[in-house]
Design a protein around this ligand. Structure first.
Ligand code: HEC
Length: 213
C-alpha cells in the first residue's frame, strides 16, 4: 500500500515534469519576431498613426503623399549634417561651427570654453539690442538692469555678483557663454531655454554691462 502510494506519487511527478518540458518547448518557436498570442493587443499597437510607417491601411489621407510624419521645417539642420550645412553656407556657418565646439565641452570644463569659444556675432547695434531683449527676459530679475546684481529676485536669492566688479569685468566670451549654458555655482543653467544664437547675443550685452560705471 505504502509502496503503491510512493509509485503513484513518482508517476505524477514525472508526468508533471514532462508536461512542463513539453509545454515550455512548445512555447518557444523559431520565429523570433512572432510575439505569439497577444492578450491585450491595444497595449502593444498604438491606435494613433505610426510616425515612420506608411504601409497599406496605415496611410494618412490628410498629409501630402500619405505621409504620417510631416517634413521638417525648411532650413532645419539635423545634428549629424552640421558639416554639410556649413559647407552649403545655408545658415550662419560661424554660429554652427561654434555650436559644434561648444557641444563637445563638458559642463564642468570652464577652461575649455574660455580658451576655445569666441562670439560668432559682431557687436553691432542690432545684435546688442537683441541681446538686451533676451537679457531682460532671462537675467534682469536676478542681475538687475545695469548688471549690478540688484534685480528683484536677488533681494531674496542672495549672492548675485556685479558684472563690473574687478572679479567679473574681464570675463571673456567663452566664460560668459558657458555660465549661461551650464550655470555656475548658485546660478542655474539656461542652455535648454535660450537658443545658442540668443545666448551669444546676451554675451554681447553682458560685455557692455561689464564696462558700465
Ligand atoms: C536666479 C537668479 C539668476 C538668474 C536668472 C541668472 N543668474 Fe547669473 N548668476 C546668479 C548668481 C547667484 C551668480 C553667482 C554664481 C556663483 O558664483 O555661485 C551668477 C553669476 C553669473 C555670472 C558670473 C559667473 C562667474 O564666473 O562668476 C555671469 C556672467 C552671469 N551670472 C550671467 C547671467 C546671464 C547672462 C543670465 C541670463 C541668461 C543670468 N546670469 C541669469 C544668479 C542668476
Amino acid at each position: 500500500m505504502t509502496n503503491n502510494k510512493i509509485m503513484f506519487t513518482n508517476k505524477t511527478k514525472s508526468l508533471f515534469l514532462s508536461s512542463v518540458v513539453v509545454l515550455s518547448m512548445a512555447s518557444c518557436g523559431d520565429k523570433h519576431n512572432d510575439p505569439g498570442t497577444e492578450f491585450a493587443a491595444n497595449m502593444y499597437h498604438s491606435v494613433g498613426y505610426e510616425p515612420l510607417s506608411q504601409t497599406e491601411g496605415d496611410t494618412n489621407h490628410i498629409n501630402p503623399y500619405g505621409m504620417n510624419m510631416r517634413l521638417p521645417v525648411k532650413g532645419t539642420v539635423p545634428r549629424q549634417y552640421y558639416e554639410q550645412a556649413i559647407k552649403k553656407d545655408s545658415i550662419d556657418g560661424d554660429l554652427l561651427q561654434m555650436d559644434l565646439v561648444a557641444r563637445n565641452i563638458k559642463s564642468g570644463d570652464m577652461a575649455s570654453s574660455e580658451a576655445l569659444l569666441t562670439n560668432p556675432f559682431e557687436p553691432t547695434e542690432a545684435n546688442i539690442e537683441a541681446g538686451k531683449l533676451q537679457y531682460e527676459r532671462y537675467c534682469i530679475h536676478c542681475h538687475g538692469e545695469a548688471g549690478k546684481g540688484d534685480g528683484a529676485v536677488a533681494k531674496i536669492y542672495k549672492g548675485v555678483p556685479v558684472y563690473s566688479s574687478d572679479a567679473l569685468k574681464n570675463l571673456n566670451d567663452g566664460h560668459i557663454y558657458h555660465t549661461i549654458t551650464h550655470g555656475k555655482g548658485r546660478m542655474w543653467a539656461h542652455g535648454s531655454q535660450i537658443s545658442s544664437a540668443d545666448r551669444w547675443k546676451i554675451v554681447l550685452y553682458v560685455h557692455q554691462l561689464q564696462q558700465a560705471p
